[in-house]
Design a protein around this ligand. Structure first.
Ligand code: SF4
Length: 143
């Protein structure tokens, strides 16, 4: 069983191997690879299995700057609204990926606005072989 918070269910698909330190990156890849192999994911209401290895986590609270806890929780809520899920639900990676890829570009424009990690998400397919959001935007423009 893996525990993931709302915004990680969206953002991790676009991960390119960068991390806050090596332990963070290794843990992240291990957890997502488990999810890709079909392990059930329980939606966490706060710090999750990715946060557990993050240097920004202190006393179960995200201290990331500029992504403060309130902002992170807002992203979690936006992601869960997109996925039509709630904290405590169980989901599967493949199903979540389909939903994320079906989101309109305008949704990403709002969700990703101001995120310091956003440029990393547009560097070609992720380490998990998800197309970039840029490709999604390009596909939409070509319609
Ligand atoms: S920055 Fe915050 S939300 Fe992101 S992994 Fe670290 S503790 Fe979790």
């Amino acid at each position: 069983m893996i525990r993931l918070r709302g915004h990680h269910l969206v953002c991790l698909h676009y991960y390119h191997g960068d991390g806050l330190n090596d332990a963070y990156a290794v843990n992240l890849k291990q957890k997502v690879e488990l999810a890709q192999r079909g392990e059930a994911i329980t939606i966490a209401g706060g710090a999750d299995d990715i946060c557990a290895a993050c240097p920004n986590l202190r006393e179960s609270i995200c201290q990331g700057i500029p992504a403060e806890e309130g902002e992170i929780l807002k992203l979690d809520r936006q992601a869960l609204a997109l996925l039509n899920c709630k904290v405590g639900d169980q989901v599967r990676w493949d199903h979540v990926l389909q939903q994320v890829q079906s989101a309109p570009p305008s949704w990403f424009e709002t969700f990703c606005h101001g995120c310091t990690w956003s440029p990393y998400c547009d560097r070609g397919a992720s380490v998990f072989n998800t197309p970039t959001r840029h490709n999604l935007l390009f596909k939409e423009e070509a319609k």
